[in-house]
Design a protein around this ligand. Structure first.
Ligand SMILES: Nc1ncnc2c1ncn2[C@@H]1O[C@H](COP(=O)(O)OP(=O)(O)O)[C@@H](O)[C@H]1O
Ligand SMILES: O=P(O)(O)O[C@H]1O[C@H](CO)[C@@H](O[C@H]2O[C@H](CO)[C@@H](O)[C@H](O)[C@H]2O)[C@H](O)[C@H]1O
Length: 457
């Protein structure tokens, strides 16, 4: 059998069926599936020894007969597995092995070359926005971090992010940086290229290439370090983290201003506010089906969301990040930068493209300060009221400093819009409960405790 034929062999579909549910990025966990089908296979490279690189699209059908999901799996198919690629094995069929192309420097180099050269491999198109160095890259490595998609760092200069779950529509992670290309300052990573195609007649973003901010530390790692120090040097840990949170607030407000300037602003009037309240209530219902513990608070949560429909004077909107948290901020030599503009990865693209109040992102950050503190509390084991109190002060000081930094740039303090900020914060906590139930059930107590605490305030 040739390598090209393997991509379409039904035995590969069977192997993928067993492999897929174990992947961190697989979002169908908890929904028994009935079939995994390779619905698209786009060979992008054929090496002299007959090895092939191909971008597969899998369709997953579910027993509940709900909507099918599509996933991207770039694969390499070779006669033997080169040593560095061994951890990426998917299946061995006859005399050929199939593995994840993201672990293969040769195939990553081929893909990057297609982007830099703006080639096409029907139905995929490769676009360059410039900034590629001459000559092939010397090294590449999958990031290997906890993430929703799969990113590969090339020469510590680029990061190629392969979107795993494919939704029809242009991914905001391509759309927003592309719109900001001329105006974006130092608080975002430059966009170099993209891989786009079609699925069922709709445009789909397969991958983006961005500048890699080498040596940057992310906000979550910085928070972990600070929380560790909180045990021995509580006041300097609180003070120093608050100073960073202040700068994070400034960076987020600056990017918000750039997004507003590049993509415009709007106003939610009474009808749109009622629509927003209804969307929050609908998402609450969906999350209650996945996380039964949430249903205990359904009435109070619905009441907080209903408040949105009664906001006097409306609310300003614009395109926002959409899924902001500490892990989405990287501190490099030029200060804090925002990454990962794809929005909530489970939402359809049309919903992710809806303009929102910037408070949605602010709420994401405020939740993240609390999340980090509650995560530390959870890991610390048996209850220790003094330690818990310190953690709460740490989170509150971080949140206050963030809002002050934001206000310094935006000219308004997010804490001034109480009901909308509260609704967005609760909405984020509900989303987190849904997300954790699907991806990291051990962490589910964190957002559930937050829902209880926020409702009690
Ligand atoms: N441009 C970049 N420069 C440096 N590191 C990055 C960059 N983009 C992403 N990362 C690192 O990769 C991690 C995952 O990236 P992210 O875009 O959040 O992935 P996902 O959306 O799949 O969860 C980030 O937390 C960060 O550590
Ligand atoms: O993968 P993404 O970065 O797009 O975001 C998803 O995964 C995040 C976890 O990796 C999740 O964030 C939640 O956990 C964080 C700690 O790991 C915490 O800082 C965030 O506040 C919390 O929301 C995010 O919600 C999800 O969309």
């Amino acid at each position: 059998m040739t390598a090209a034929a393997v991509a379409l062999d039904h035995r590969l579909a069977r192997a993928l069926d067993a492999w897929l549910p174990w992947q961190r990025w697989y979002a169908g966990k908890g929904r028994p599936h009935t079939a995994v089908t390779v619905v698209q296979s786009t060979p992008f490279s054929e090496l002299p020894d007959g090895s092939v690189g191909s971008i597969l699209v899998l369709r997953v059908d579910f027993a509940d007969r709900g909507a099918a999901e599509h996933y991207q799996v770039p694969v390499g198919i070779r006669a033997s597995l080169p040593d560095p690629v061994a951890p990426y094995l998917i299946a061995a069929l006859d005399d050929l092995v199939v593995y994840e192309a993201t672990g293969d420097h040769e195939l990553v180099t081929e893909l990057l070359g297609l982007v830099a050269g703006e080639h096409a491999r029907d139905p995929l198109g490769f676009t360059s926005f410039g900034g590629f160095a001459d000559g092939p890259p010397l090294s590449s490595r999958p990031l290997g971090v906890e993430q929703t998609n799969t990113s590969v760092v090339v020469d510590d200069r680029y990061v190629v992010k392969f979107f795993r779950r494919l939704h029809p529509g242009v991914n905001p992670e391509l759309e927003l940086p592309r719109a900001l290309a001329a105006s974006a300052g130092r608080h975002t990573a430059a966009l170099h290229g993209a891989v786009e195609g079609h699925l069922d007649g709709a445009p789909v973003t397969y991958a983006v290439v961005q500048s890699f901010l080498a040596g940057a530390v992310d906000g979550w790692a910085l928070a972990q370090d600070s929380l560790h120090r909180l045990r021995t040097e509580p006041w300097s840990a609180v003070r120093e983290f608050a100073a960073e949170a202040f700068e994070m607030g400034r960076a987020v407000a600056t990017v918000h201003a750039e997004l507003a300037a590049g993509l415009g602003t709007g106003l939610l009037g009474p009808a749109e506010l009622a629509g927003l309240a209804a969307t929050m209530a609908r998402q609450l219902d969906e999350s209650c089906r996945v996380v039964p513990e949430l249903a205990l608070h359904r009435v109070d949560l619905a009441a907080a969301f209903a408040e949105v429909a009664r906001l006097p004077g409306g609310a300003e909107t614009q395109r926002v990040h959409g899924d902001l948290h500490l892990g989405q901020l990287l501190r490099g030599p030029a200060g804090w930068a925002l990454i990962d503009f794809e929005g909530e990865p489970s939402l359809p693209m049309a919903e992710r493209a809806v303009p929102h109040s910037p408070l949605r992102d602010v709420a994401g950050m405020l939740r993240s300060f609390e999340y980090a503190a509650d995560h530390a509390d959870l890991l610390a084991g048996p209850s220790n009221p003094a330690a818990t109190a310190r953690l709460r002060i740490w989170a509150e000081q971080g949140a206050d400093a963030f809002c002050l930094g934001y206000a310094g740039v935006a000219g308004w303090d997010p804490r001034g819009q109480d009901a909308l900020l509260r609704a967005h914060t609760l909405h984020k906590a509900v989303y987190e409960a849904h997300y954790e139930a699907r991806h990291r059930p051990d962490f589910l107590p964190i957002p559930l405790a937050a829902v209880r605490r926020l409702l009690a305030q």
